[in-house]
Design a protein around this ligand. Sequence first.
Ligand SMILES: Cc1cc2nc3c(=O)[nH]c(=O)nc-3n(C[C@H](O)[C@H](O)[C@H](O)COP(=O)(O)O)c2cc1C
Length: 226
Amino acid sequence: MKKYLSVILGIILTACLVACGSSNKDSVNDDKQEVINNQEISDTEEQEISAENKQTEMDADSEQENEEKVAVVYFSGTGNTREVADLFAKETDADIFEIIPKNMYTSDDLNYNDDNCRANQEMNDESARPAISNDLSAVSEYDVIYLGYPIWWGTAPRIIQTFIESYDISGATVYMFCTSGGSGIEKSISDLQQLYPDVNIVDGKRLNDATELDIREWIRSLTPIS
Ligand SMILES: Cc1cc2nc3c(=O)[nH]c(=O)nc-3n(C[C@H](O)[C@H](O)[C@H](O)COP(=O)(O)O)c2cc1C
């Protein structure tokens, strides 16, 4: 009888051990599966993050590509327009180009009380195209050009015509600015629009003694927020 009991107990014990062993195995397997699942989730997350990063990089690249290239181009006889142009370039973060005459204007050249002064002679001669000394071909690559000059006899100096005829700025949106003794910019704009219909001259403003705020407000008025 004792022998039977010990055999039965032995069987029960073995069954228990087998059951426990298999349940331990199950839990190890479950743990393994969980680790695999977690690994898969973190792999997916990593893929998503790297896709997001790639998209951000692409957005930044295309933003850079879409960014407008802005240039301030100016001529100045006695420095007034230069001052505004410098301020303008600073405010717009634009590249600045000076139209430098081959023969610089002396104060005698600019003495408009003298009928025969060089500036008056040029303004009286529709075909006058005073030569430019520097290479401004880079301006053709710009999307927006702010073109500045002093008003001479109610309009733009002839050297502005030399500039427009020498370089292809037909791909740019062009805004004019000027300084003057009192005349407005309007006549110079309509004169140049008529002479150069292929150039996209949109608007302009007289900016005598302009402050940074004046410039900023004008620029903002040209590009209304949609
Ligand atoms: C030849 C000449 C003609 C000018 N004609 C005018 C004019 O018609 N109306 C005006 O208001 N100012 C006239 N001015 C004054 C200039 O427009 C003004 O002084 C301007 O600010 C000069 O700019 P700048 O220093 O950049 O050359 C004339 C100046 C010169 C030299």
